[in-house]
Design a protein around this ligand. Structure first.
Ligand code: FAD
Ligand code: DLZ
Length: 509
């Protein structure tokens, strides 16, 4: 009997463990576009088109390599609607010895396969996802017995393990982390780099039409689709980033500029997350740019840390399976997500910019996600579950294993500090320092309270006051609580009343 190899939409790697465990002559490969995967959240239309086009290109590449691929399209009338359903249907034909897959990235999918496979006559073989550096066991044993989990220490182990930017057992440049150099606001530059763009080919055109026809009501804009959809193009995107944007990646990592959705970011996460690029290969390429003198150490170290540090750490946290992680709500936030998260129609210039480019490109960079849309949601006390579902839907790179720890943990502090040491709360002052949005905003960032004041200002103090019982003991917030305590009661009341009014009118901000 043959192997039935299942390849999920984010497993488009030729070196996938499930492919390496079998051979073209002795297997059938199944890939399926299914309703269930399109509807667990309200995915951005560009994300749907990206995943489906990349899946179709990958299935063609596999066929060209001699694999026997069964590919199910979303609009096929016999489509079963779910991944497990497609496998079960194919098994009915019989003749298979086992079902082989690389572990799903998401617990939801992994649990579905585990449950349904009990009814199969053949075993389900689930292999580790070797595209990650740390196995589940390695992460668990690193985490075991630590009072606090902190990314920085995990990151150093990954540096040692990979040898990236290492001189023997010492970090290149004598320091593990050069973030102190990486907090500069950016200026508009005529030669601002842009991500590598690909014209939609016939396969992508077909997919774009199908997504508009089948999922036209979903969030986001399909026009102007330019993502790479196969590995050679994604490799070109990596080259272009390394050459043009990497040298300034560090300096301007936290900056925001009106009209510049990408700045010096790589815009590679969507490719890495579905397997078109390997994370370690990306890091080695970037490391080479440092040793060849094409990019400074603060940029290269910072970039590598995001991938072998943060990205791996987030996945590790997710698979520790903290009890009901996506239901956590440490701060008891209950407000509904405002409509403008879907429309972008708000007078807050920073929010309008971040949400507007999210609708257009299915992309916003880290500081927009963390310090604009994420920060606002936390300050306003939005239900973290709704925030989580928004982030999982709107970005081309969004998969729960990386999105949930970033949102529930890092951005909303809904896990009470399991992942990070403090809430990323900031007033308008921070946004003004790191961006040029405030100058053109309807609200005044220098005005602290009352009509016309930047909503982040009063919400910031209201957030601290509202959550004092839970946050006061956090040493990293001590100074802020001391400042709050020194304010006159009249001033405190002004902030609280201003915030109350802002929250009453939240839908019209
Ligand atoms: P760059 O700025 O060029 O960074 C390089 C690479 O480092 C990225 O491609 C990514 O692979 C990795 N990386 C950087 N920061 C992180 C991080 N915090 N966690 C994991 N990997 C990181 N990233 C996702 O891949 N999917 C998500 O769904 C996602 N949701 C997020 C939600 C919130 C609220 C926040 C604050 C961050 C989220 N991130 C997510 C992390 C990060 O914002 C994105 O990886 C990054 O913006 C992608 O753009 P880029 O490729 O241009 O990244
Ligand atoms: C994101 C996504 C979408 C939109 N559609 C599909 C699909 O139709 N078929 C598929 O195999 N995978 C899809 N994916 C990616 C899966 O959601 C992803 O594999 C799971 O989240 C498990 O990690």
């Amino acid at each position: 009997g043959k192997d039935l190899i299942v390849i999920l939409g984010d497993q488009l790697s030729h070196t996938l463990s499930a492919l390496e465990a079998s051979s073209a002559g002795n297997s059938v490969v199944l890939m399926a576009e299914v309703a269930e995967e399109t509807s667990y959240v309200w995915h951005h239309k560009k994300k749907l088109a990206f995943v489906f086009s990349a899946m179709r290109h990958f299935s063609q590449a596999l066929s060209a390599d001699g694999w026997d691929v069964r590919y199910r399209r979303l609009d096929d009338e016999h489509n079963c609607g779910s991944l497990t359903g497609e496998v079960s249907a194919l098994l009915v034909d019989g003749g298979f010895e086992r079902v082989v897959m690389t572990e799903a990235g998401e617990q939801r999918v992994s649990a579905a396969f585990e449950a349904v496979s009990k009814d199969w006559a053949v075993p389900l073989v689930v292999l580790p996802d070797t595209r990650f550096l740390a196995t589940h066991e390695a992460f668990t044993s690193w985490a075991d017995g630590r009072k606090q989990l902190r990314m920085e220490y995990f990151y150093r182990e990954m540096r040692r393990k990979t040898g990236l930017l290492m001189q023997g057992d010492q970090p290149e440049g004598g320091q593990w982390n050069f973030d102190a150099d990486n907090r500069k606001p950016a200026k508009a530059d005529l030669f601002m780099p842009q991500p590598f763009r690909v014209e939609p080919d016939a396969i992508t055109q077909d997919v774009l039409e199908m997504v508009e026809r089948e999922r036209g009501a979903h969030f986001g804009v399909l026009d102007g689709f330019w993502f790479a959809v196969e590995r050679p193009q994604a490799l070109e995107a990596l080259e272009q980033f390394t050459r043009e944007a990497l040298p300034r990646f560090g300096d301007y990592q936290d900056a925001m500029l009106t009209g510049e959705p990408f700045l010096y970011h790589s815009v590679l996460a969507q490719y890495i997350n579905i397997g078109l690029l390997d994370p370690l290969e990306v890091c080695r390429r970037v490391e080479r740019a440092y040793y060849e003198g094409q990019a400074p150490l603060n940029a290269v170290e910072g970039f590598i840390r995001q991938i072998i540090g943060w990205r791996e750490y987030m996945r590790g946290i997710y698979w520790l399976k903290p009890e009901g992680y996506t239901d956590q709500n440490f701060l008891g936030a209950r407000r509904d997500l405002p409509q403008f998260y879907w429309t972008g129609e708000t007078g807050m210039a920073c929010m309008a910019a971040a949400i507007g480019q999210t609708r257009q490109e299915a992309y916003a960079h880290h500081i927009q996600r963390l310090m604009v849309t994420g920060n606002f949601a936390m300050l306003a006390g939005i239900d973290p579950k709704q925030v989580h579902e928004w982030y999982l839907a709107v970005y081309a790179d969004a998969y729960e294993w990386v999105e949930a720890p970033n949102v529930i943990g890092m951005s909303q502090f809904a896990d009470g500090g399991f992942l990070g040491s403090k809430p990323y709360a900031a007033s308008g002052n921070y946004i003004n320092k790191m961006s040029d949005h405030c100058a053109g905003c309807k609200y005044s960032v220098s005005q602290k309270t009352g009509k016309g004041a930047c909503p982040f200002n009063a919400l910031y103090w209201d957030f601290l006051a509202r959550n004092e019982g839970k946050l006061r003991g956090n040493p990293r917030l001590g100074q802020m609580y001391a400042t709050w305590g020194r304010m006159s009661e009249i001033k405190q009341q002004e902030y609280l009343q201003s915030a109350e009014k802002t929250l009453e009118e939240i839908e019209t901000l």
